[in-house]
Design a protein around this ligand. Structure first.
Ligand code: ATP
Length: 372
């Protein structure tokens, strides 16, 4: 899903404060000095956050996609709430915000950060996490809180409850919400890198997991239409993407040899990983590490359909880097263009369709604190 402008208007926000000192709120107006990107959100939504006592409890905002994993996220979240309350209520103020549609999580996150939340926790799949990560930034800069104290920073958290939940796999986390709540309760934070994508427009787009170009991005685009089939959506998406697929000559410019464009012939897929997995468990960028300060670039060239059948197991277990026509390197940034100039080469990040080449992709080292 491309969120062309983060200033668009969304459906009514539904925010339910669960912890002490937080009232149920249905926001209407936005404070005038705020950038006008969330007209249906108001600081009132999170008013419990900044009014806590000096030795205050942590303010946690849970951003829940009730439609994640074909509606399973919403159902599991309801069942999880009593446990979450019993486990965290003593130490934290808990605020729940259900997303009403695509991109809503971005606005909720920005508002929560401005109001001084200690953590914004994505509850859902990689798409929800992706939107929450984008909410940590606005107009090319990190969103700042109206803060309590200058050193205050909002951490990112995750309860993985999606279809693929690929980002969580790099950390070895399962789709187990109880395990995630334990992590949140411990509250250990660690700085991780974020990828940033810029294109022809001024707007920047952030990703936390993997950005990828051409066949895999096209497969992801189609897979998103079949989420109702669970992980099978990736197989269906790949089959559909294969129809009419042609490997494509691309030009790339990577940061290690600044200034030099190189031709990259017959590219099947070009993947840039901040973390390791995509497509429902494929270990595509096996050397990527979200705390490394760089991204792993993996290029598959001249693959035929039968190569995927013969080498699929290697793609899943991350041993494909030794295969002919697969290359890997560590990069700080990469620019990618379609040589033919015909357009139509897909790009996605974190499984979300972003449009088409050309694009520049760079790493922002240690950009976000994450609850690990
Ligand atoms: N209320 C809503 N109704 C419909 N779609 C929504 C709603 N809230 C968020 N979305 C969209 O749902 C998309 C998918 O959500 P999410 O990533 O949580 O689940 P998933 O696709 O099942 O999991 P994964 O991305 O891990 O495969 C998000 O990109 C988001 O834009």
């Amino acid at each position: 899903m491309v969120c062309h402008s983060f200033q668009s208007s969304y459906h009514q926000n539904q925010i339910v404060a669960l912890g002490r000192g937080m009232a149920m709120a249905k926001p209407s107006l936005v404070r005038s000095e705020l950038p006008p990107m969330a007209p249906n959100l108001s600081p009132e939504s999170f008013k419990g956050l900044s009014s806590s006592p000096p030795s205050r409890q942590r303010d946690l905002v849970f951003v829940v996609n009730p439609r994640g994993a074909n509606g399973r996220t919403g159902k599991e979240w309801k069942q999880l709430l009593p446990y979450l309350r019993s486990r965290l209520d003593k130490e934290c103020n808990i605020c729940e915000s259900l997303t009403s549609g695509p991109c809503h999580a971005i606005d909720i996150t920005r508002e929560a950060i401005r109001e001084g939340a200690d953590a914004v926790i994505a509850v859902g799949g990689d798409g929800t996490l992706h939107e929450v990560v984008n909410g940590f930034f606005w107009a090319g800069k990190p969103v700042a809180s109206h803060a309590i104290e200058p050193t205050h920073s909002t951490a990112l958290g995750l309860i993985p409850l999606g279809t693929g939940s690929d980002f969580a796999r790099t950390f070895g986390w399962k789709n187990d919400p109880h395990e995630a709540i334990e992590r949140i309760s411990r509250g250990v934070r660690s700085r991780i890198d974020v990828g940033v994508i810029s294109g022809e427009s001024e707007e920047q787009h952030y990703f936390i997991n993997v950005a990828d170009i051409h066949l895999s991005a096209k497969a992801g685009f189609y897979a998103s239409r079949y989420k109702r089939f669970g992980n099978l959506c990736y197989v269906i998406g790949a089959l559909q993407a294969f129809m009419g697929h042609h490997n494509q000559d691309l030009r790339i410019k990577v940061s290690v040899n600044e200034g030099d464009w190189e031709k990259c012939p017959q590219v099947t897929a070009l993947c840039i990983g901040n973390a390791k997995y995509f497509g429902g468990g494929m270990k595509i960028t096996p050397n990527a590490e979200p705390r490394s300060g760089n991204l792993e670039l993996v290029i598959l060239q001249n693959f035929k359909w039968y190569d995927f059948i013969l080498k699929l197991h290697k793609l899943y277990n991350g041993t494909h880097l030794s295969v002919k026509n697969v290359s890997s390197r560590s990069v700080l940034s990469i620019e990618v263009e379609d040589i033919s100039g015909k357009g139509g080469v897909f790009i996605q990040s974190d499984g979300e369709h972003l449009g088409f080449l050309p694009r520049k992709i760079s790493v922002l080292p240690a950009a976000i604190e994450m609850i690990c």
